[in-house]
Structures are given as structure tokens and as C-alpha cells.
Design a protein around this ligand. Structure first.
Ligand SMILES: [Zn+2]
Length: 188
């Protein structure tokens, strides 16, 4: 017998519809794809081998950013609000946590300062916990693109904590490019 808590923590995404005839999977009026996380790792490895780690990192981040704004369009199609921190947490629950991206928590979402802090655990790019640098370039990109779409302004981000280098969780600060650059300088 599973406990109530176990049942609650293992739920299926109920909005997915599989059309067996077409071989398509749809949710919120868009086509989805169930892919192994290892495919993400293959893409990361291939980019690093071909381009070097600095360029690969920036590619992953930029690809993520474009995807992130699409996630917000998707959220709006699904009828989710994006006007309050609570609504944004709900978006993170449905399209992040419940879609297998890791456990995502919106720690702070300051609309007036255009600054946000998002924490996640078990991100798809974390393979081991002994690296020297943060690894979640793709995921951080997605979050940055999503926040930029919510705030309707350009955003940059910095990952200040990462499970890939042994931290307890991953955390990114996302905000106005000028502020993020300033912050990056103080951390370096
Ligand atoms: Zn990370």
C-alpha cells in the first residue's frame, strides 16, 4: 500500500493526450515529446566536443532562453496566470516540476525590481555532484527566457548554487542585464 504522501508525490500529467493513430502526444494545444534525459546529455556532450565548453555553454543557455518564452505562451494557452508570484509558482509546478524538469521553487519574484530568484533540485543537466562549475546552462536559459517573457523585458541570469558542484540545490538569480552583470562581478 502506498501512503497518501507517496500517491500525492507521484502523479501523472493529466493533460497529456496520446493519439496512437497519429503517434502524437499533445497537451495545452501543443505537441509534446517524451524523451530520455540522456538525449539532453548527448546534445550537451556533442556541443562541448565540437565547440568547446565556453561556446557550448552559451549555446545551451541561448537555446534554453528561446524555449523559455515558448513555455510562457504555453502557460497562457493552458489558462495559467502570470501576474502574481503565486501564479508563477503554479506555472513552475505544472510545466516544470510536473513535467519532469526537477523540483522548482520560485523563492522570490519581484515585479517592481524585475528581479527573481528560482531554486530547483534534480535538474536534467546534473549528472554527478563533483564538478567544479555549475552545469545547468540549458535549464537556467529556460528560466531566464520565461522570466523575460513574464516581465516583457530583457533578462540575464547567474546560477549562484548548483548540485552539479556539490551544492544542496541549484539556484539562479534572474533580472535586468545590468544588475546581473554587476552581481556576476561581485561573485567573481
Ligand atoms: Zn545547477
Amino acid at each position: 500500500m502506498k501512503t497518501k504522501a507517496q500517491k500525492k508525490s507521484a502523479i501523472a500529467v493529466k493533460d497529456l493526450i496520446l493519439d496512437q493513430k497519429k503517434g502524437t502526444l499533445n497537451a495545452y494545444g501543443e505537441r509534446f515529446l517524451l524523451i530520455p534525459v540522456k538525449l539532453i546529455h548527448s546534445i550537451e556532450d556533442r556541443l562541448t566536443e565540437s565547440l568547446g565548453s565556453v561556446t557550448a555553454t552559451s549555446f545551451e543557455y541561448e537555446i534554453g532562453r528561446e524555449g523559455g518564452s515558448k513555455f510562457i505562451q504555453l502557460a497562457q494557452k493552458a489558462g495559467l496566470g502570470i501576474k502574481t508570484a503565486q501564479e508563477i509558482q503554479r506555472v513552475a509546478d505544472v510545466l516544470g516540476t510536473m513535467s519532469g524538469w526537477g523540483k522548482i521553487d520560485v523563492v522570490d519574484f519581484d515585479f517592481s525590481k524585475k528581479s527573481t530568484r528560482i531554486r530547483w533540485k534534480n535538474g536534467v543537466s546534473v549528472r554527478n555532484r563533483t564538478g567544479k562549475t555549475h552545469v545547468c546552462h540549458f535549464g537556467r536559459g529556460i528560466l531566464t527566457g520565461a522570466v523575460a517573457a513574464i516581465l516583457r523585458s530583457s533578462c540575464e541570469s547567474i546560477e549562484v548554487s548548483c548540485q552539479g558542484k556539490g551544492d544542496k540545490f541549484c539556484e539562479a538569480i534572474i533580472g535586468e542585464p545590468r544588475e546581473i552583470n554587476r552581481l556576476a562581478d561581485t561573485i567573481r
